[in-house]
Design a protein around this ligand. Structure first.
Ligand code: ATP
Ligand code: MG
Ligand code: MG
Length: 351
């Protein structure tokens, strides 16, 4: 059987490995950190850094296709890997999503709406950005931000100096604050032959910058739901994308605004594990291995809740709850803000 190489051994890599093995594939994880969550379920693990070209080449030679669970893979590592095995989703998706400025330019050029934004690489840029975007606004580092890290909010233009200092010189974008009613995301998939399939959009609530819950169905009109799915398809087609992508959207009275895209399976797609017969992890494995996409129709209403840090104390209770399915990542130490697991609570589909 074929072997799927996965860069990154966190919970997403773990759930991808489980899905792959259910389809008869072997998995090989590449992960710099010791004792990764995916290591317990994968067939093989390489523990090495992304600067270790010998290890990268041996990894690439041992697999038939390479995919990843996070987007910040160094360019040099990708160069070494790409010579030896196909990388799916491809390099263009990574180039675009590794940098918030490039990503926003890409989305705007596609005719999609983003928050107003401006590049900030110097004090002068910051002054100009605040003059054009104003406040409230958010300054975000262009690279490496996640779970709301690397962001500073400006309540008024007087916060500009502190916000700029918070970025410690990292190239950033200033984004106008979007007055949204709620947040939704589309988990979309595209196969090697170009077919596109989207899961039903989910509604997301964040707590302290981290995803707390995803609920399906999301509160959307029929027209908004169609818009969400069509714009996701447009993004995937433009990138000649292969695999699953998460597209985060703000819902406003004037229409949908694209917040950001993630070229991988996405936390807000975990509900599909209990809501659909083919979940986002299997869908991704199908796409990157050249299989036809699966049927992602939703047959239950689901609320996914992340279990973060001390939420783990509630696991014994949740284990007794009817309709609740637990997914625990097997992480040894509980830390505040650390994603330890999630629970999907299902009820019969209402629509
Ligand atoms: P993730 O973990 O999803 O990758 P991230 O660190 O990349 O998060 P964003 O998704 O950019 O961060 O922002 C986190 C949250 O902050 C958003 O889901 C939204 O609630 C809020 N937010 C971000 N940008 C804006 C904006 N321009 N206007 C209003 N709220 C925003
Ligand atoms: Mg992000
Ligand atoms: Mg986000």
């Amino acid at each position: 059987g074929a072997t799927i190489g996965i860069l990154g051994g966190g919970q997403l890599g773990r759930m991808l490995s489980v899905a792959a093995s259910r389809l008869g594939f072997k998995t090989h994880i590449f992960e710099p950190g010791a004792n990764p969550p995916a290591g317990h379920v994968a067939d093989q693990v390489t523990t090495a850094g992304y600067d270790d070209v010998t290890a990268l080449e041996a990894f690439a030679k041992s697999v038939n296709v390479i995919t990843y669970e996070f987007e910040n893979i160094p360019t040099e590592a990708l160069d070494a890997l790409e010579a030896l095995a196909p990388i799916r989703p491809g390099r263009e998706a990574l180039r675009v999503s590794q940098d918030r400025l490039i990503e926003k330019d890409f989305l705007s050029n596609l005719g999609l709406t983003t928050a107003p934004y401006a590049n900030v690489e110097s004090v002068e840029d910051m002054v100009a950005a605040v003059a054009s975007i104003g406040a409230p606004s958010i300054l975000k580092t262009r690279r490496f931000g996640y779970d709301g890290k690397g962001q500073a909010r400006l309540k008024s233009s007087e916060d500009a100096d502190t916000a700029f200092a918070d970025m410690q010189g990292a190239p950033s974008v200033l984004e106008g604050f979007v007055d949204f009613s709620h947040e939704v995301s589309v988990i979309a998939a595209r196969g090697v032959t170009g077919e596109v399939a989207c899961f039903d959009p989910g509604e997301n609530v964040h707590k302290d910058g981290i995803l707390d819950t995803t609920t399906v169905p999301a509160r959307l009109t029929g027209a908004q739901r169609t818009d969400a799915i069509l714009l996701a398809g447009r993004i995937l087609n433009a990138l000649d994308y292969v695999g699953v992508m998460g597209v985060e959207l703000f819902v406003t009275p004037k229409g949908l605004i694209v917040n950001e895209i993630a070229p991988r399976v996405h936390n807000s797609g975990h509900w599909t594990q209990q809501g659909c017969s083919i979940d986002q992890f299997e869908q991704h494995i199908r796409a990157v291995s050249g299989w036809p996409l699966g049927d992602g129709s939703r047959y239950a209403d689901v609320v996914m809740e992340n279990l973060i840090g001390d939420d783990m104390d509630r696991v014994p209770e949740i284990a007794r709850e009817p309709g609740a399915t637990l997914h625990l990542y097997g992480k040894a130490d509980v830390k505040p803000g650390r994603k330890m697991g999630h629970v999907n609570r299902i009820t019969p589909a209402t629509k």
